[in-house]
Design a protein around this ligand. Structure first.
Ligand SMILES: [Zn+2]
Length: 354
């Protein structure tokens, strides 16, 4: 061991340092405020994942509330649940649906009553009443968060795309098929047929991972009685769903299981954000992350930040949020920040990573 204040190899340059002669012991050279050019890149998916998967459930059936939500929540997997709060079947399961956000489940808008209506006023009301219920459950204000919208296929409304955009836009709803400005050539969807087994449900997942893109598996009813429907909706058996979820759980190192609007927000932010470096020094790196998106786009975005070679940990500060991350062997840290929420300041951290 040499003099800790005089390391034999320079941390910054990797070159041998002069030892013993002409060197002022300490402080470390890296405490000095010297220029450093950081890099910030936005990976396509968070958490080092290769692809993303949406598990969606339509119609708010009793089996989904009673069997589906617990099956996903137990595994810490997020599902997207398109509910109809105005249908007869909703009140008996209301308390279950109301637990959804606290279990990291995403509620989505499938219209209030799942019925065919015409006239702008009634169409607006069908979307708005369901949206209001979902915001109430989320604890959000009117228009306080984005939500995914899917019109029931059985009910074809006589709305033009202009009217649809106007109604959905007025309610911060995003159509489940609308991904403007986003490319998703590898998009795949599997609509699970009645009585499907877990292998059938899972078959698409490796393809989604291989595509590097995102895809979804779409479910309807769930039942615990072999061969039964779920409130008249074609169903899969809960044992098969459980087996499917276990298979998904085994590949969560590769695939990000996300809610539909969560995924939408992430993709929009990832594609639309720009980074402007504001401070570039060996002891402090700072930058802005801006996107031409509203503040409803609040999904934490993954950022790979290239940092000085001698940093072992970094502290990332944005507004009141302060998080410590490890710096990886390649001198980058995978950190998270939200666009349009102020400067992101990265400094060397001494405390252990969370
Ligand atoms: Zn439906």
């Amino acid at each position: 061991m040499g003099n800790p204040d005089s390391p034999s190899i320079d941390d910054l340059s990797g070159q041998p340092r002069p030892q013993g002669a002409g060197f002022e012991p300490g402080p470390y050279e890296y405490a000095v405020h010297t220029p450093f050019a950081p890099t910030v890149t936005l990976p396509k998916w968070p958490q080092n994942k290769k692809a993303a998967l949406v598990l969606r459930f339509d119609d708010g059936t009793p089996g989904q509330a009673q069997l589906g939500i617990p099956a996903l929540s137990r595994r810490k997997l997020t599902g997207t649940w398109y509910i109809n709060p105005g249908r007869d079947i909703y009140p008996p399961n209301r308390s279950l649906w109301e637990t959804a956000p606290s279990l990291n489940q995403e509620l989505a808008n499938h219209t209030m009553n799942h019925r065919e209506v015409s006239g702008e006023e009634l169409m607006q009301k069908e979307v708005e009443d369901a949206a209001r219920e979902i915001w109430r459950i989320r604890g959000h204000a009117f228009n306080g968060s984005l939500m995914s919208f899917c019109l029931s296929t059985e009910s074809v409304w006589p709305w033009t795309s202009t009217l649809k955009d106007q109604i959905l836009g007025s309610l911060s709803n995003v159509d489940h098929q609308a991904y403007p400005g986003l490319t998703y050539a590898g998009y795949v969807n599997y609509s699970v047929p009645t009585g499907a087994n877990s292998d059938m449900m899972y078959a698409i997942v490796p393809r989604i991972i291989e595509s590097g893109n995102w895809g979804r598996v779409s479910f309807h009813g769930i039942t615990a009685v072999a061969g039964a429907s779920d409130w008249g909706v074609g169903a899969v058996h809960i044992d098969e769903l459980n087996q499917f979820l276990d298979k998904v759980l085994a590949v969560t190192g590769d695939v990000w299981v996300a809610g539909q609007i969560q995924l939408y927000k992430y993709m929009q932010e990832q594609q639309r954000s720009t980074v402007t470096i504001t401070d570039a020094y060996s002891d402090r790196v700072a930058f802005n992350l801006n996107a031409s998106l509203s503040t409803l786009y609040d999904e934490p975005l993954a950022l790979v930040v290239g940092l000085p070679a001698f940093w072992a940990r970094c502290q990332v500060e944005q507004g009141s949020r302060v998080v410590v991350y490890d710096v990886r062997a390649d001198h980058t840290a995978l950190v998270y920040a939200v666009p349009n929420q102020g400067e992101i300041v990265v400094t060397q951290a001494q405390a252990a990573a969370q």
